[in-house]
Every structure is written in C-alpha cells, then in structure tokens.
Write a protein that binds this ligand. Sequence first.
Ligand code: ZN
Ligand code: ZN
Length: 296
Amino acid sequence: MYKTACFFAIPLYTFVPMSLFIASLNSGSNGNCYYIGNKNEAILVDVGISCRAMEKRMKHLGLDLSLVKAVFISHEHSDHISGLGSLLKRQRIPLYVSEKTFQFCGVEYDMTEINHFSNGDTIAVGNMNISVFSKIHDAIDPYSFCVEENGIYVGVITDIGRCGDNVVKWFSKCHAAFLEANYDEEMLNDGPYPFYLKRRIAGGLGHLSNDQALKLFKEHRPGYMSHLILSHLSKTNNSPEIVESLFARDCGDVQIVVAPRTEETNLFEIDGTGNGMSGKISQDWVQTVLSFNNKA
Ligand SMILES: [Zn+2]
Ligand SMILES: [Zn+2]
C-alpha cells in the first residue's frame, strides 16, 4: 500500500503547477480566520474562532492543522483573536504580530515563538513571503497582509476605514484577495444601530462599505485577478445577495465569492493563470499531497 500511494503521488507532484490554496474559515464581526497555503505549508491570518471550529472547518476542506506553520494577527479586536489563546496552548505555532498589538491581545502563552513585525516587513514562511502593511482602522496598530509565492499574490484586506495608499498598492498586485465589504450604506443609515456606532463604522476609521470595496475593485484590480473573496460582511447592515448582485455587474472573469459568517468557504486554488471562472476546488489534489506527505 505504501509503495502504491507514493508511486501515484510523485508524478502528480511533478506536473501540478505551483499554486496557492486559500479559504475563509469564518468571516465577520463574529470571528475571522483566513487560510493561505501551498502544498507543504500554510499560514492563518487571525484566529477569531475557537480552535475546535477552526480544525473542524479545515477538516471539511481536507486540511490538517499540521500544515499551519505560522499565525499572523492583523489587530487586537476580539473578532480577530478570540481563539488565539487556546490555539497557542494547544499547538506550538510561531506567532507574528506587531509589538503594540500583542500588548493589547492579552493572551497567555507558554513556549510559543513570538515574532514582531512592522510596516514594510516581508517575512518568509517556507516558500511563501508575507508582506506586512499598515492600514487605516481604529485599532492600536493595525495591519493587512499580502502572501506571495512564485509571483502569485494573495491579499488579506479587512477592517479598513478607507483605502489608503498601502491597500491600493498591494491590492493592485493580487491574483486573489479577501476584501472587506462590510456594509450597505442605505442599510446602515436606515438600520437600528445607534448614531455613535454608525459613525464609528462609516467615519473613515471603521469599515469599508460595499461601494468603497467595489470602487477599489473597479479601479485597481489587475487584469489577471482570478478570485475576490468578499469578507467581513455585517449581519445587520448587509446581505450576501446585495453584495453579490453589486459585484456581478463588474466582475468580468473574476470569480466573486461571499465569505459566510458561520462556516468555511470552499478551498480555492490560485494558480496564476488569471482565469477565475475555471478556478477549481482542489480537494482531491490536496488530499493526495497530504497523504503523500504523511507517508513520506
Ligand atoms: Zn473585524
Ligand atoms: Zn477591527
């Protein structure tokens, strides 16, 4: 059995092009966790769900926690760190976080390796390079990320009050991006939130509206972008149907996905061909590679 599995796995390794595999494990003000990896290693951006939920959802996608070689934290709001403490207790995964943000996280840790980054840093995790850039958000020291391998770029850009130069610069490189589309302006204005909260969300330091996200997409997406994962939707002030229909008009060949608030997306393969409509769920291949890695 052992020899048979290896015999079939090795040729696949040889012919499958280099790709990044991405999924949202949860997205919204109730918790955020994003997976980006290649065939051998992966990172998580934010851990705003329980360890149990995270592992369960990864399992649905054919992924194992052992693939995760680093965790990156964008900022200290609880929807981005609520599961961090339990993850660090359970698994010794190196943590990457800004020094100021870490002070505000209040997580207990034991032997975990803590690495601090700052604006403009690029950090290598296996074959992936993670660029760190500051963003505009009402947190102590907030960041977004862009993961690159073999010239394929994936951005994780949520929790932004407005699009600063950094966001435009990195978004315009992305083959795929998790991009915040937090609220529909009309629903927020007419909705039940108190005035101070409406101001916090839409005042330029909170979150990105559907229209602001669409403007960024229309004006700055590169021609080769294949996937846009619309993320961090508000439960009260937005709806997946509104977002989908808004972006459908202008999406061209880009596959638009709305990340759910209580479950994972599919696992998408970003292969750099720029053809989003043929973007495929590559679970069979990942399973084959995982079985090969486990046996090698
Ligand atoms: Zn958030
Ligand atoms: Zn936030």
